[in-house]
Design a protein around this ligand. Structure first.
Ligand code: IPM
Ligand code: MG
Length: 362
């Protein structure tokens, strides 16, 4: 029997629409092959929504997302909107989407593909075999803590304030995702904090240590965030699963991403306790190459694979997509960001066509 899924597409800004178009074509082919039917509903988000509706996350967009099985997001933001007041910035829309859908767990895999080892800025022996998953808390911490704002002090001088805060239950629920994710991988979990300085991190560490008794099969370690940044560059293979707070996860996931050669290759999943997840590339909207058919669509396509695996429970479809990505890379196809000697340089569209061809031959 045909399975029906309603997918909300948020193409956003910059290269977003180009890479989304490729992912949608891939999903259509997979659907035909595996008897899945996708109903795509498009909605405005980010700069595109600001231009059309005056706000980065219109209520109807959030409603459409809530009324779908999963949300596929491309990228948002660009120079054009960078100087708007904060509540009107594209990034504020993204934070609103995360909060509105309760997406507290963000999974960011950084796995180096053998074909791309030489695209990394680090030496082959450092990055070969790297397979890390960063579990980032996404709806708390300093991104959302109160008070926040820019306030005038008594002397009239301005003071900017954000608050890094976590309750025990917020720590526990992301901690559990960390332990359970580690159980599906190498059973090693590294919790990253700044407990030598921050009280919020001390509580984080205490809770992680307490939770560990429920997961005796997982080897838990703790690391300070500054050291974790250094260790990611020095000896990344020591890491399997990393669990950390919102801001630390933001920073460390970019560092982990770069180990793999290009941030253009990496998907992510944002999940809540229930309801639709949001699947998006780790990279941004790359306004400098937007509209030039130069973007790498593979992270978007791999995000669609993560959607099939995590939200739609269609692992066979996810496997096929990941296999097709492997095939196009084996054939020597590269976009500019992952280009190296003797490979074939393709644009975004041509990469999409190569993927479709590979899907037909899986
Ligand atoms: C990310 C991005 C966002 C974040 C920005 C665009 C709000 O950097 O998803 O990593 O800081 O969370
Ligand atoms: Mg980031």
């Amino acid at each position: 029997m045909t399975q029906h899924y309603r997918i909300t597409l948020l193409s956003g800004d910059g290269i977003g629409p180009e890479i989304m178009a490729v992912a949608v074509e891939v999903l259509k082919v997979i659907g035909a092959q595996l008897d899945l039917s996708f109903e795509f509903q498009e909605a405005l988000m980010g700069g595109a929504a600001i231009d059309a509706k005056g706000e980065p996350l219109p209520a109807e967009t959030l409603d459409l997302c809530k009324n779908s099985d999963a949300v596929l997001l491309a990228a948002i933001g660009g120079y054009k909107w960078d100087t708007l007041p904060r509540h009107l910035r594209p990034e504020t829309g993204l934070l609103g989407l995360r909060a509105g859908l309760g997406l507290f767990a963000n999974l960011r895999p950084a796995k180096i593909l053998p074909q791309l080892v030489d695209a990394s800025s680090l030496k082959r022996e450092i990055v070969e075999g790297v397979d890390i998953l960063v579990v980032r808390e996404l709806t708390g911490g300093v991104y959302f803590g109160q008070p926040k704002g820019i306030f005038a002090t008594e002397t009239g001088e301005k003071r900017g304030v954000n608050t890094m805060a976590y309750t025990e239950s917020e720590i526990d629920r992301i901690g559990r995702v960390g332990f359970e994710t580690a159980q599906k991988r190498g059973n090693k979990l590294c919790s990253v904090d700044k407990a030598n300085v921050l009280e919020v991190s001390q509580l984080w560490r205490d809770r992680m240590t307490a939770l560990a008794t429920e997961y005796p099969d997982v080897e838990l370690s703790h690391m300070y965030v500054d050291n974790a940044a250094m260790q990611l560059l020095r000896y990344p293979k020591q890491f399997d699963t990393i669990v950390t707070s919102n801001l630390f996860g933001d920073i460390l996931s970019d560092a982990a991403a770069m180990l793999t050669g290009s941030i253009g290759m990496l998907p992510s999943a944002s999940l809540g306790a229930s309801g639709p997840g949001v699947f998006e590339p780790v990279h941004g909207s790359a306004p400098d190459i937007a509209g030039q058919d130069k973007a790498n669509p593979l992270a978007q396509v791999l995000s669609a694979a993560m959607m099939l695996r995590y939200s739609l429970n269609q692992p066979a479809a996810a496997d096929r997509i990941e296999q097709a990505v492997n095939t196009v890379l084996d054939q020597g196809n590269r976009t500019g960001d992952i280009m190296s000697n003797e490979m074939t340089l393709l644009g975004c569209k041509a990469m999409g066509e190569a993927l479709i061809q590979a899907l037909h031959s899986v």
